[in-house]
Ligand binder design. Structure first.
Ligand code: AQP
Length: 343
């Protein structure tokens, strides 16, 4: 007999997701996936999701979406997520996300949603033409987390505001219905590279949808491409300072230092101690060697895994079944709290 699912709030559980909206970047790796692996290794029960419902908030070619979903799963596994230790699945296959998403859309307030800076960034000047889904995205993201009563969510810096919204939604639900049902989730924003910037513009986040491929390192890039992109990354003419303060006003230099620290698993201060005083002509080759050393084996493993998509689909199907087993009783209880009549 299987043990009953523990639906009490506050039992430690980790959830996070990534959109299959294109190829994975070094930003996704350092800001999110590397943290996922660390959380998995800490032994806390963890779910990692390919959030395909979020991806379609902007147009996705159907064949590309399917490929990106499988490739994301391959990226997770190649980076060290183990389907025997963590639940890996795609969001659309666990209907409870969308079902709870609706309930939470009725809890979230328009004023809260309108403050979300990511919507403003992504919708740009043409907000009237953005999808309703793009605007409502953070309520579905709250549901992704709360449908598992997740207590910890590892993310990059850019997701901080959405996680604060998730906490507000959980607190309002608990308050409005007089329950202590949803946990107040803790964001886990850790590591030296919580916000990796574009290699072409230190004021812009490295992003999979940036039109310039030279702005990012893709997790599928081979060794030569990685080295070339780092060699050509925008920098200034000064050598590296020996103190972090010396990087003030030098966003591109600061970004490369953070990337080095994130890849080497050391602090930015440690990098300054090791590299301070060196010119970029010395620092860039060291960074390229490190990036190739860390990323090329992942890219190689991803392409090996992508040769057998049947195996990936089987992992996703098993993961979805395991995720549903946790989500279903939490949705059922939510409906009871709200007053939905059901069997
Ligand atoms: N540049 C980054 N630095 C650190 N962390 C990052 N993340 C994304 N970019 C960086 C983290 O990766 C996780 C998944 O993000 P996502 O792909 O679901 O959404 P996003 O943040 O919108 O990523 P992109 O690359 O910018 O996607 P597009 O271009 O499709 O909008 C999150 O934890 C995020 O913080």
């Amino acid at each position: 007999m299987t043990a009953p699912i523990d639906t009490r709030p506050h039992t430690p559980r980790v959830f996070s997701g990534i959109q299959p909206s294109g190829g994975l970047t070094l930003g996704n790796y350092l800001g999110a996936i590397k943290r996922f692996v660390a959380m998995q290794e800490s032994g806390t029960p963890s779910l990692y999701c390919m959030v395909d419902l979020h991806a379609i908030t902007v147009w996705q070619d159907p064949a590309s979406l399917s490929r990106a979903t499988r490739e994301l799963c391959a990226g997770f596994i190649a980076s060290g997520l183990d389907p025997e230790k963590s639940i890996l699945f795609n969001q659309s296959q666990v209907a409870e996300h969308a079902q709870l998403g609706w309930v939470l859309s009725c809890v979230a307030r328009m004023g809260w949603m309108k403050r979300m800076t990511q919507f403003k960034d992504k919708a740009g000047k043409n907000a009237e033409n953005a999808s309703l889904g793009l605007f409502g995205y953070p309520a579905l993201m709250a549901a992704d987390i709360l449908i598992y009563h997740a207590t910890h969510v590892p993310v990059g810096e850019d997701q901080k505001q959405h996680l604060e919204l998730t906490r507000d939604i959980a607190a309002k639900f608990n308050h409005d219905y007089g329950v202590d049902f949803f946990p107040i989730t803790e964001p886990v924003i850790e590591g030296a590279a919580t916000r990796v910037m574009s290699l072409r513009d230190g004021s812009k986040k490295m992003s999979k949808s940036d039109p310039s491929d030279m702005s990012r390192i893709n997790m599928t890039d081979d060794a030569d491409t990685i080295a070339k992109k780092i060699r050509k990354a925008k920098t200034d003419a000064e050598p590296l300072p020996s103190e972090l303060d010396g990087l003030e006003g030098r966003p591109e230099a600061r970004n490369l230092v953070n990337i080095y620290a994130g890849l080497a698993d050391v602090s930015a201060e440690d990098v300054m101690r090791e590299m301070g005083g060196r010119a970029f002509s010395e620092f860039k080759p060291a960074l390229a060697d490190l990036a190739v050393d860390k990323m090329a084996p992942i890219s190689g493993e991803m392409s090996r895994l992508m040769q057998d998509t049947g195996e990936i689909d089987a992992i996703l199907a098993r993961g979805a079944a395991d995720a549903r087993a946790i989500a279903a009783p939490i949705l059922k209880r939510t409906y009871e709290i709200v007053g939905m009549v059901g069997s």
